[in-house]
Design a protein around this ligand. Structure first.
Ligand code: CA
Ligand code: CA
Length: 321
């Protein structure tokens, strides 16, 4: 860790290294504490592995934040905290840039996953999975980009920041407990076509931008913002291919997922015809460890094109260990 100082203020804070840095904070006494807190103008985080286990905010900074070449995990160690942030820029900062590049980020159990506040968010060559948890019953979100309002009482209402830019990345925002936004932003900058999947019943359906994302003019009168309320969202720059070493759900390995696969799964569940270990890996499409009627139903839904992605196909992308 290093800092360059100018005029008694830290100009740049850099945290980098090839190893694993684990930061833990479990005191409930100091509300303002964060695992990483900095007033530097520029903060660069590039640990190979950075693990943050905290009750409060994970990373809370005043400056431009760049996370590069980092396998970052932020876990809320207590669920019923009123509010905590995974990664946030301070609300009183001017418009800042939050850049995530060549990284895998997993934020679990925070009220708010990533909040740029008045800033913009750019994600390049990265996979981000956020499962946010709503403790207050009021509101939570996975990714929030931009801020509408006055910062101080004498300022005008306007949108600050709000630009969300994605390049060659996969982002999955999921809500635990509902009542919240998986994602909101004011402007999306795709460098290529993007794909939008919304989640129902633990599986995903490919939709158009207009089908997936709501534009709420009333929420911010005269401005509007793009948002998903009480719906999980997956945004990708390439279509998720539901196959790697094997096609998920294709237990008879004829390269299609259809009713015959569902029947094989049901026969396995009923102990009429037990699947091999390899077939069970293919058949456990909701990845709960059992091959049963729930998986068979999901396979039928895939065959009927009611859903497009099984949970099992996503875990290899997002759930890093
Ligand atoms: Ca098949
Ligand atoms: Ca299963």
């Amino acid at each position: 860790m290093e800092g360059k100082y100018s005029n008694d203020k830290v100009d740049t804070l850099t945290i980098k290294g090839d190893g694993t840095l684990t930061l833990s904070y479990d005191s409930e006494e100091d509300y303002a504490r964060s695992a990483i807190k900095s007033e530097a103008s520029n903060i660069n985080i590039g640990c190979k592995n950075l693990i943050i286990n905290t009750i409060r905010d994970g990373i809370n900074v005043d400056g431009n934040l760049c996370i590069q070449n980092c396998n970052l995990k932020i876990n809320s160690t207590k669920k019923d905290i009123w509010v905590n942030y995974g990664i946030t820029i301070d609300i009183y900062s001017e418009e800042k840039i939050l850049m995530i590049e060549n990284s895998v980020i997993n934020i679990n159990g925070m009220t708010f996953g990533i909040d740029t506040q008045k800033g913009n968010l750019t994600v390049k060559d990265s996979n981000i999975y956020i499962k946010s948890y709503n403790a207050s019953g009021d509101n939570s979100f996975g990714i929030g980009v931009g801020f509408y309002g006055p910062t101080f009482i004498d300022e005008d209402f306007k949108v600050y920041g709000g630009e969300f830019t994605l390049e060659n990345s996969n982002i999955w925002c999921s809500l635990d407990g509902r009542n919240g936004y998986s994602t909101y932003f004011y402007k999306l900058n795709p460098s290529q076509n993007l794909y939008y999947y919304t989640q129902t019943d633990d599986s995903f359906k490919l939709q158009s931008f207009d089908e997936a994302i709501e534009y709420d003019e009333n929420f911010r009168p005269g401005v509007g913002r793009y948002e998903l309320y009480n719906k999980d969202l997956l945004i990708t720059t390439d279509k998720i291919q539901d196959e790697g070493d094997f096609i998920h759900g294709d237990v008879d390995q004829n390269e299609t997922v259809d009713a015959a696969d569902a029947l094989n799964i049901l026969k396995h569940a009923a102990k009429i015809n037990i699947l091999s270990d390899e077939q069970q890996t293919m058949g456990d499409v909701d990845q709960n460890g059992n091959v049963d009627a729930t998986d068979a139903l999901m396979v039928l839904k895939k065959a009927a094109k009611i859903i497009d992605i099984f949970p099992s196909a996503l875990n290899s992308i997002f759930l890093n260990d």
